[in-house]
Ligand binder design. Structure first.
Ligand SMILES: [Zn+2]
Length: 207
């Protein structure tokens, strides 16, 4: 069995959403002080690196991370290749794509070229795509960019449309080295009781 790590590295100085909390790890209780162990301290946004969004992120009445069904984040997934110069992902781009029997779909755009800086422009999901995907049986979409909406969007139409159609969101994957096809996805969120999002360690497995 092969394992492919599709998670962004969590490291001081890594790019975060403009205005959001910077990621910071430090050894706050070093061995010299504790006498036996190094203990670290983390400061981070719930949307750091590869992460899932809970509906509460964009809807005050939405579900929190701990209320989400873990089955969403573990199971068969299909990786679909899309051109990096794509403006947005709509029904048009997917009409030739076979999604029969697919529950989790990951869109590989490779549009986030330099992972050391936050992207200014990304391909977004057209809100009309959500009911189309839902009809196909999709319950989770993953992207290799930090949002399903344009970076400067305030209304977040794709977030809302996906949520209304029962589709959950996994963002900021790294899919550059992944050959399109079928895998098993594992990307479990932390049990953050009130969380609006959670970093995940996302992997693909293939037999
Ligand atoms: Zn997010």
């Amino acid at each position: 069995m092969r394992i492919f790590d599709i998670s962004r590295k969590l490291v001081n100085g890594m790019p975060v959403w403009p205005g959001d909390t910077a990621f910071q790890y430090e050894v706050s209780w070093p061995m010299e002080e504790s006498g036996s162990v190094n203990v670290g301290r983390l400061e981070l946004s719930t949307h750091t690196g590869t992460h899932v969004d809970a509906p509460f992120h964009f809807d005050n009445d939405g579900k929190r991370i701990s209320e989400l069904d873990l089955n969403l984040y573990i199971g068969p997934a299909r990786v679909i290749d899309l051109p990096p110069e794509i403006e947005s992902i709509s029904i048009e781009e997917l009409k030739e794509v076979d999604l029969d029997g697919v529950t989790r779909v990951l869109f590989r755009t490779c549009a986030w070229k330099n992972g050391t800086v936050f992207p200014e422009k990304i391909p977004h999901i057209e809100p009309e795509l959500a009911p189309y995907l839902a009809k196909k049986g999709i319950r989770l979409i993953g992207l290799d960019v930090p949002s399903v909406d344009p970076i400067d969007s305030k209304e977040l139409p794709a977030h809302h449309s996906l949520n209304e159609n029962g589709i959950h969101i996994l963002e900021s994957l790294i899919l550059d080295k992944i050959v399109p096809g079928d895998y098993e996805l594992i990307a479990l969120p932390l049990p953050l009781v009130e969380g609006d999002g959670s970093p995940v360690r996302a992997i693909l497995r293939q037999w």
